[in-house]
Design a protein around this ligand. Structure first.
Ligand code: NAD
Ligand code: DAU
Length: 347
């Protein structure tokens, strides 16, 4: 099986490539990633032993020629992780969110149609559904989409485009909508890695608003196994929710991290709330469980313990992000002969 994975140098994409390499000896991956601030080629050091089964190409999913060039190699599936993913950045300026999340998805869809790619998997998010009240049941696939942030609106737009290519052109597409991920290799701007790395340095932990917003957490490797199942067995044109029923208030996550690291709660600093801050997400993944037989394997407690340990053991990884040194890694890698051979699309 040959996959084109986009955004494979980000948090979830890199975990997915590692999962695929470890799980299947017959899978080859072309990884198209622009290496924005969120893309880090160092995330893929663990796939080095798999040699040419993973090929990295630096490029933009909105660049038609690059995309067409790679699809001419006829991958069996395109899995689209590439996105601007941080809500706070979308509130400051959403141009790049429109460019990548909407325009980029459209370019990929058009090229998949042109090259008759057998399947397109769109990695979406629970945020397209909007916000839940405390007493409401978790989102099912039948909930209407009602996005509240520019990020969520851009992801919802992409979902609608993907759906429309199925309805209009009969393309085989599937959409996954997952809850909040945590685990190794997450960029330290997101809640859990930010709080862990700040606490490790005795910096303040900024908690938005009253800290009582609720997120539904899933370990990134459980998410990757779910994508794998949907990619192989999902019904064409369908949406699959992914979640592991682990809803927590933000403040409880922060307190848990401080306790685990033996740091004082005086590090907590309540700050101004995020504008339009969704109060609660919760996912009902019954369809994925019953139709595709997926079930999460990592409990929140085990996953968090492992994640905190990972950040303790990989201080070099996140310090290089904090200082910006990670941005040089690509240039160093590209200078090597293997890198130079690997990096250009073969047209
Ligand atoms: P991330 O920000 O860590 O990674 C995004 C990757 O996309 C980076 O490697 C970046 O360089 C790349 N990229 C950005 N613009 C690009 C472009 N124009 N062309 C090619 N590559 C580009 O994001 P993530 O947290 O790994 O999320 C991956 C996907 O999963 C996103 O689509 C996101 O919406 C979705 N998602 C994330 C979560 C979560 O909790 N993180 C939950 C549900 C769904
Ligand atoms: O739900 C899935 C989504 O989860 C993904 O689609 C997004 O790509 C991903 O970024 C994430 O979005 P959130 O906005 O939920 O994640 P974030 O880590 O930014 O924030 C989680 C919660 O923590 C949210 O309620 C805001 C709060 N928060 C966040 C930060 C960064 C704080 O209180 N302080 C902070 O410094």
């Amino acid at each position: 099986m040959k996959l084109l994975v986009t955004g494979g140098c980000g948090f979830i994409g890199s975990n997915f490539i590692i999962h695929m390499m470890e799980s299947y000896p017959d899978v080859n991956v072309i990884n198209l990633d622009l290496l924005t601030y969120a893309g880090n080629l160092e995330n893929l050091q663990d796939v080095a032993p798999y040699g040419s089964r993973h090929r990295f190409v630096r490029g933009d999913i909105s660049d038609k020629e690059t995309v067409r060039c790679l699809l001419a190699e006829k991958p069996d599936v395109v899995v689209n992780f590439a996105a601007e993913s941080h809500v706070d950045r979308s509130i400051m300026d959403c141009c790049s969110f429109i460019h990548t999340n909407i325009r980029g998805t459209q370019v990929l869809l058009d090229a998949c149609r042109e090259y008759k790619i057998p399947r397109f998997v769109q990695i979406s998010t629970d945020e397209v559904y909007g916000s839940l009240h405390a007493e409401e049941p978790p989102f099912t696939e039948d909930n209407q989409i009602c996005p509240n942030s520019p990020y969520a609106a851009s992801k919802a737009s992409a979902d609608l485009l993907v759906r429309s290519y199925h309805k209009t052109y009969g393309m085989d597409v599937v959409i996954t909508r997952c809850s909040n991920n945590y685990g190794p290799l997450q960029f330290p701007e997101k809640l859990i890695p930010l709080m862990i790395t700040n606490a490790l340095q005795d910096f303040e932990l900024p908690v938005y608003g009253d800290g009582r917003n609720v997120r539904d957490w899933i370990h990134v490797r459980d998410h990757c196994r779910a994508i794998d199942a949907v990619m192989r067995k999902g019904r064409p044109g369908d949406v699959y929710n992914i979640g592991s029923e682990a809803e927590f208030h933000n403040i409880d996550i922060v307190r848990y991290i401080l306790c685990r690291l033996d740091k004082p709660e005086s590090l907590i600093r309540y700050v101004e709330d995020r504008p339009g801050h969704d109060r609660r997400y919760g996912m009902n993944a019954a369809k994925l469980r019953s139709e595709l037989g997926w079930t999460p394997l990592i409990s929140f407690e085990d996953g968090m313990n492992q994640t905190v340990s990972w950040y303790i053991e990989h201080e070099m990884w996140w310090q290089r992000i904090r200082t910006g040194e990670y941005l040089n890694y690509y240039e160093d890698w590209y200078g090597k002969s293997l890198g130079a051979a690997n990096s250009k699309p073969k047209c």
